[in-house]
Design a protein around this ligand. Sequence first.
Ligand code: ATP
Length: 238
Amino acid sequence: MSSSPFFEIDGMNVYYDRVRAIDDVSITVDRGEIVSVIGPNGAGKTTMLNAISGVLDYDGTVRFNGNELSDLSEREIVEYGVIHCSEDRDLFPFFTVHENLLMGAHLQGEAETRQRLEYVYDLFPRLNERREQEANTMSGGEQQMLAIGRALMSDPELLMLDEPTQGLAPIIIDDISDAMEELRSEGLSILLAEQNSSFAMRHAERLYLLETGTIELSGTADEFKNNEYVRDAYIGVT
Ligand code: ATP
């Protein structure tokens, strides 16, 4: 008997008008696994995540934990625990750090919200130091931590991160890296879309290479690191 994967995209196609941005993409994520989709600008990473979270229509199937997500609303998908931390972060600029985090806990009860706040402040001590600071006054790296922190407030089953290192200085990427490793040690399942292939290979157990909407390669982090094409085209690209 074959059991179905924890998370699975099967034959996804996404169109903008008649232009196909995602072309027959199939990927899986096992429970507790970090899987990354890498690829250059415009490859379709954001489009794929937006389709999974119900923002864009698509052909094909997305299954999560035995449920088909394809016909569900954005809210229902969030209720299943599939949480998307988007590339543009979507923070409330004039809300404080604390208020932004509370917005991520709208489905939680009071006790769980308190516990999640403690958890996020522990993961990102910088956010704890800046609880009362408005989001729009924070650095790009701090805003990224806040966006991830807010996504974690809902205690996700699958966290989808879209380019968490984009535009960040190496020293801040190190902080995000530490958080990724902490999340890995806790067994959180993560689907990471990244252009920064070094970061992706550092944290993901398995990767997919997406180019112009098509999966061109899949394999373990070691297979990717040793692949000549990946090495030539992507390693060192941040
Ligand atoms: P980036 O790293 O720049 O965010 P990406 O891999 O996330 O790139 P997408 O943003 O998903 O790529 O874009 C995939 C393709 O779809 C690109 O050719 C892009 O121009 C196109 N596209 C994205 N959004 C739209 C839109 N709203 N309307 C039309 N075409 C779009």
